[in-house]
Design a protein around this ligand. Structure first.
Ligand code: ADP
Ligand code: ZN
Length: 212
């Protein structure tokens, strides 16, 4: 199974892709997480990416295409994967096609910009393993501590309202055209966000046509 989760920043791509990944026993490839780890470790990719990420802008396509191509080489990708946060531009999608990647489905998570801005303010990320939480919507069992690894939860610098607005503009301009790209290929299913993460997940299961 090869899936793409599309949607604006803060739509819940990371949270839902983790759940689907566990269910289908395939990995999630999140370019955001890979890049944040690269920045933290000061790798060449991290050094290239940092300024773009801090500003809420997209990291250049060549960098992303390289990062993803490298990740695909790892053995856990043999039975498929969920792409979270990539492709984010038409050139990235074309690069996947050129690489001969046959996608099974593309799920677009639909949510209003107002709701996004509200959500981002409460988002917390584990500094150690990258798991995401929300102070009220998806709280950890102990405030400030990751359920999975005991790491410290922190707010992301790019979740600041001003940067969020830039990221939303970038999403509408650069990423949203992918809906038409994949719709033309018969792969797109749209899922409207529901009041709770569980209800949204149930809609995603329907769109994927897999057993709940
Ligand atoms: P979100 O989906 O919440 O915006 P991500 O964790 O997916 O956050 O990405 C964080 C940042 O990493 C983006 O704002 C961008 O700078 C960079 N990034 C991640 N994935 C890509 C991509 N596919 N193309 C370009 N930049 C990316
Ligand atoms: Zn953790």
């Amino acid at each position: 199974m090869k899936l793409i989760l599309l949607g604006p920043p803060g739509a819940g791509k990371g949270t839902h892709s983790e759940t689907i990944a566990q269910k289908l026993n395939i990995p999630t490839i999140s370019t955001g997480s890979i890049l944040r780890a690269a920045v933290k470790n000061g790798t060449p990719v991290g050094l290239q990416a940092k300024a773009y990420m801090d500003a809420g802008k997209l990291v250049p396509d060549e960098v992303i295409i390289g990062v993803v191509a490298e990740r695909f080489q790892e053995p856990d990708c043999a039975n498929g994967y969920i792409l979270d946060g990539v492709p984010r531009t038409i050139p990235q999608a074309e690069a996947l096609e050129r690489a001969g990647i046959n996608l099974d489905r593309v799920i677009s998570i639909e949510i209003s910009d107002d709701e996004i801005v509200e959500r981002m303010a409460g988002r917390r990320v584990c500094a150690s393993c990258g798991a995401t939480y929300h102070v009220t919507n998806i709280p950890p069992k102990t405030a400030g501590i990751c359920d999975k690894c005991g790491g410290v939860l922190e707010a992301r610098a790019d979740d600041e309202p001003e940067v969020v607005r830039t990221r939303l503009r970038v999403y509408h301009e650069e990423t949203e055209p992918l809906k038409e790209f994949y719709s033309a290929r018969g792969l797109l299913r749209s899922v409207q966000t529901q009041p709770t993460a569980e209800e949204t997940f149930a809609e995603m299961i329907k769109a994927l046509e897999i057993a709940p």
